[in-house]
Design a binder for this molecule. Structure first.
Ligand SMILES: *Cc1c(COP(=O)(O)O)cnc(C)c1O
Length: 360
C-alpha cells in the first residue's frame, strides 16, 4: 500500500505560470505574468533592505504595521484586514475554512484558475457559469447556485479576460445569493481601474457577514516576489481565518515593503497613468493589425487570433522565437487567444512590430 492523497487532489492540473525563458542568446521581454514593467516603489525597496537587520527575529504575526497602512490608505478598519502570502494563500485559507468534500465552489467560465485548484484540493466540485462576451454573467452565476454552494469567487476585473462587472451588477449578485454563501471578490487589478461604475466591492463587505474582498501587492505595487496580499472581511470571517492561518504566514521584509508601497500613493498613481496610456495604445494598435483585443481594465489584454496560418499558437511560437513571451490561455478554455501584459514603451512597440511581421 502506498500513501494516497485526499480525494480530488489527483484531479488537479498543476498551475502553469507565465514562461520566463526563450532561446539562449535572445533578449527576453516577459509579458506573460501581468507583472508591472515599472518595478516596485523605491520606498518599498528601501524598507525591504532595512528589514534585513531583523532577519533573526520572527515577524509580527498580526502584520499590524501593514494592516494599519492599508487601513489608512484605503480607509478601511485595520482589525478587519488579514494579510497572506499573496492573495493565493488567502483564497486557499477561505476554501479550507468553509468548503468540505462534496461541497461546491462557483466560479465564472473563464475565472482565475487558483479558485479551481484550491476547491479541488478539498474534494469540492467546481461549478462554472457560462460567460457572455468574455464577461462574468450575474444571472448565469445565480442560476448555478445550489444548496451545496459555499463560496462564489469573482475576479473583478477578471484574469485572463480583463473584463469587469459594474458596482450595481456586483450588488445584484450579492443580493441574489443566499446569505450562507460567501462572495469573494478578487481585486488583483483594482488599482488600475479608471471606470466610474467600477468598485472594489469594499462597500459590500461593510456591515455584511458573508462578503470579502481579496487584494494583492503582486500587480501594480510590483512585489510578487515577496508574496504578500490582503483580505478585508467581516469580523467573524477574520476570526475563523486567523485560527487556521500559520502564525507567521507573512515575513517581515514583506510586511515592511508592502506598508511602504501602499503609502507611496504617488508611485501608484504614476503606475496607473502609465498603464492606462499604454493599454489604450496597445488596444488601438492590435485592432489596426486586424486582431481582436477584448476590452480590459487591467494591465493586460486578451487577444483573439484567427484560425489557420495566423493562429494564436503560431503567433505564440513566432513571438517566442524572438524573445517576446506572452501567455497561452488554452487551459482557461481560450485556445484562440493569447494574453499580453502591458510592458515598457519599447516592449509594447516591439510586440506590435513583431506581430505585424507575423501577420504579413
Ligand atoms: C495575480 C492574481 C492574483 C494575485 O496572486 P498573488 O498570490 O497575490 O500573487 C490573484 N487573483 C488574480 C485574478 C490574479 O490575476
Amino acid at each position: 500500500m502506498k500513501p494516497t492523497p485526499n480525494s480530488g487532489i489527483s484531479d488537479i492540473a498543476p498551475y502553469v505560470g507565465g514562461k520566463s525563458t526563450a532561446k539562449p542568446g535572445v533578449k527576453v521581454i516577459k509579458l506573460s505574468s501581468n507583472e508591472t514593467p515599472l518595478g516596485a516603489s523605491p520606498e518599498a525597496i528601501a524598507a525591504y533592505l532595512e528589514a534585513a537587520k531583523t532577519l533573526h527575529r520572527y515577524p509580527d504575526g498580526s502584520a499590524q504595521k501593514l494592516r494599519e497602512a492599508i487601513g489608512e490608505v484605503y480607509n478601511l478598519p485595520a482589525e478587519q484586514i488579514i494579510c497572506g502570502a499573496g492573495s493565493d494563500e488567502l483564497i486557499g485559507l477561505l476554501v479550507h475554512a468553509y468548503v468540505s468534500a462534496g461541497d461546491e465552489v462557483l466560479i465564472s467560465q473563464h475565472g482565475f484558475l487558483m479558485y479551481k485548484i484550491y476547491a479541488q484540493s478539498v474534494g469540492a466540485k467546481v461549478v462554472s457559469a457560462p460567460e457572455k462576451d468574455m464577461k462574468t454573467d450575474v444571472d448565469a452565476l445565480l442560476a448555478h447556485v445550489t444548496s451545496k454552494t459555499k463560496i462564489v469567487f469573482v475576479a473583478n476585473p477578471n484574469n485572463p479576460t480583463g473584463s469587469y462587472i459594474s458596482a450595481s451588477e456586483m450588488k445584484r449578485l450579492r443580493a441574489g445569493l443566499p446569505e450562507n454563501i460567501i462572495l469573494a471578490i478578487d481585486g488583483a487589478y483594482t488599482e488600475y481601474s479608471t471606470k466610474e461604475d467600477y468598485t472594489d466591492g469594499s462597500e459590500l463587505v461593510a456591515g455584511s457577514e458573508n462578503t470579502v474582498i481579496l487584494r494583492t501587492f503582486s500587480k501594480i505595487y510590483g512585489l510578487p516576489s515577496i508574496r504578500i496580499g490582503w483580505m478585508y472581511a467581516p469580523a467573524p470571517i477574520c476570526d475563523v481565518i486567523n485560527r487556521i492561518r500559520g502564525p507567521f504566514n507573512v515575513s517581515t521584509p514583506a510586511i515592511m515593503a508592502a506598508a511602504a508601497a501602499v503609502r507611496d500613493t504617488e508611485f501608484t498613481k504614476n503606475a496607473k497613468e502609465f498603464n492606462n496610456k499604454w493599454l489604450a495604445w496597445m488596444d488601438t494598435e492590435l485592432k489596426k493589425l486586424g486582431l481582436k483585443p477584448y476590452p480590459s481594465i487591467g494591465n493586460f489584454l486578451l487577444v483573439q487570433f484567427p484560425s489557420g496560418k495566423h493562429s494564436s499558437s503560431n503567433a505564440n511560437a513566432y513571438l517566442m522565437e524572438r524573445g517576446l513571451i506572452v501567455r497561452e490561455v488554452a487551459n482557461y478554455g481560450l485556445p484562440d487567444c493569447l494574453r499580453i501584459t502591458i510592458g515598457l514603451e519599447e516592449d509594447n512597440r516591439a510586440m506590435i512590430s513583431t506581430l505585424k511581421e507575423f501577420l504579413q
